[in-house]
Every structure is written in structure tokens, then in C-alpha cells.
Design a protein around this ligand. Sequence first.
Ligand code: SF4
Length: 76
Amino acid sequence: MDKVFITIDQDMCVGVGKCEELEPGAVELGDRGVSEPLPGVALTRERAEALVKNCPSGAISIAGPAPDDAPLADPA
Ligand code: SF4
């Protein structure tokens, strides 16, 4: 399975929370009103690409491949 990690640009995130709604096991809307990826949690490339596509501010990127044994985020 093709697993990846994501990254979120804190300066671009506008805190809408769409990402947390789609992938609550991979992303958390923090106290500062911006989202952060949960450390060490991977997504399938397909799920990561859906996050990238659905972020209204373009803040989410695919950081790179995750190892095969990285834990996969629980689906919403
Ligand atoms: S969907 Fe994009 S703009 Fe909205 S909280 Fe997530 S990273 Fe931020």
C-alpha cells in the first residue's frame, strides 16, 4: 500500500476544520485555531490527496512517503 505523511503550512491554514472533519485520525485543529497533522500517522495516498484537494487555503501538502509499518489513521 502506498502510504504517505502530510504537512500543514500553519501560516496558510485558515482554521476551517475541513481536514479534521474528513480525517479526524490524522489531523487535529489545535488551540491556536490552525490544524496540525498528528505525528507519525500515515494516510493512503488517495486519502491524502483528498485532503489536499479539499483544503480551501491550499495549506496541506504531501510531505513524502511513509514506511510500510507506519500506523494508518483510523478513517472518519
Ligand atoms: S482544511 Fe486547510 S485551512 Fe482548513 S483547517 Fe485544515 S489545513 Fe486549515
